[in-house]
Design a binder for this molecule. Structure first.
Ligand code: NPG
Length: 367
């Protein structure tokens, strides 16, 4: 199981279409992969931070710095993912940076043992239902065309990004066009304030599964107040950064649904702990997405196969994001994606595709 070196791979991949949210427009992903090289196996992790600190305070170049200076020095030849998580607990914050190293360690140790990540985490299904996240569009007809395309591809749930000025009318148009049976939800990425409660209550008669992160991430009391004033279930994303914040949010009544993103909470082990808590409290969870390539997507699918993930996630097929994924592509079948069953995350980068995407790679010895 001995680790010899780590390789930081920086790469770039274009998105098939611009993706607009309330905090900006993404047209490409600036990627950081961590490859751990052992005697017997490799391990891969993908960083979910964007190029700029606009979703949360982390950004990909900052993650690289934290990984090099504070996290990789905690990895020795025999360090397990569990030991790593414990040893970096004095480092405050930086969950996305920590999650990359943890994921690569898990992949390596599970590959060495021939165990899948899904099996290790406690997965109970071999495929998961797929939802898709639809960016903000300039016009309603364009939005309807995009949604129609995704429904034709077989997606089982639609999430609409919203912001002030592009919300009630757009959501109502989608509901009217595609009918009451469509599983539909919205995501504000913290674009509203508690004073907007009456405005957001106009969503109440649109039969939404949930509204995700309407208010700023640190406003748990505001979310609790909003949850009392609107009928649409409130789901938290950005606010849930740890097991403790998940427990607090649930106890305060700030959310009745949780979006779990491993990168946002420091890794797959913390993500599973939040899942376990939510399952115990009867709070439904679903797996979020950060425009991951196949490495991050493979691991997310393993997580999304746990029993508490009762809502379709933002776990879409590779072709929703990229012309050519870095791994063998994830393909939608009957609205579902298969959970990888191979050892570790069950996927690895295609060397040629990776090398065409690569901007820089550096080796760091492990001692
Ligand atoms: O399918 O991976 C995906 C994208 C899902 O909407 C999605 N992600 O706030 O949840 C989010 C949002 C996001 C996108 C966040 C880009 C950060 C950057």
């Amino acid at each position: 199981m001995t680790l010899r070196a780590a390789e930081i791979v920086r790469a770039r991949i274009d998105l098939v279409a611009p993706f607009r949210t309330s905090f900006g427009t993404e047209t490409a992903r600036s990627l950081l992969y961590l490859r751990l090289i052992g005697d017997d196996a490799e391990g891969w992790g993908e960083c979910v931070a964007m190029a700029a600190p606009v979703y949360s305070s982390e950004y990909v170049d900052g993650c690289e710095d934290v990984i090099r200076r504070f996290l990789l020095p905690e990895v020795g030849p025999d360090t397990t993912a569990e030991e790593f998580v414990a040893s970096v607990s004095p480092v405050r914050g930086h969950p996305m940076a920590k999650a990359v190293v943890e994921a690569a360690l898990l992949d390596h140790q599970l590959r060495a043992r021939g165990v899948s990540l899904a099996g290790h985490l406690g997965a109970v299904r071999d495929r998961v239902p797929s939802g898709v996240s639809v960016g903000i569009h300039d016009s309603v007809p364009e939005l309807l065309r995009t949604v129609e395309g995704y429904l034709r591809a077989g997606y089982l749930r639609i999430k609409l990004k919203i912001e002030p000025g592009s919300d009630i009318g757009q959501v109502r148009a989608v509901r009217r066009e595609f009918g009451d049976a469509l599983l539909l939800q919205v995501d504000a990425n913290a674009a509203y304030r508690i004073d907007d409660a009456a405005h957001l209550a106009q969503l109440d008669d649109l039969g939404l599964l949930l509204i995700e992160q309407p208010l700023p991430e640190d406003d748990l009391a505001g979310h609790a107040a909003l949850a009392r004033r609107i009928a649409t279930p409130v789901c938290l994303d950005e606010s849930i950064t740890s097991l403790e914040s998940a427990r607090g949010a649930i106890e305060l009544g700030a959310c009745s649904v949780v979006n779990i993103k491993p990168g946002r909470v420091g890794g797959y082990l913390a993500a599973r702990a939040i899942h376990d808590l939510c399952l115990e409290r009867g709070v439904p969870v679903w797996c979020g997405g950060m425009l991951e390539t196949g490495i991050g997507r493979a691991a997310n699918l393993a997580l999304a196969a746990l029993p508490g993930f009762t809502l379709p996630g933002d776990t879409s097929a590779s072709d929703r994001y990229f012309l050519r994924d870095v791994t063998a592509p994830f393909v939608l079948e009957d609205g579902h994606l298969a959970v990888p069953s191979g050892a570790g995350i069950g996927r690895e980068p295609d060397p040629e595709v990776l090398s065409a995407m690569t901007v820089r790679r550096d080796t760091v010895p492990i001692a």
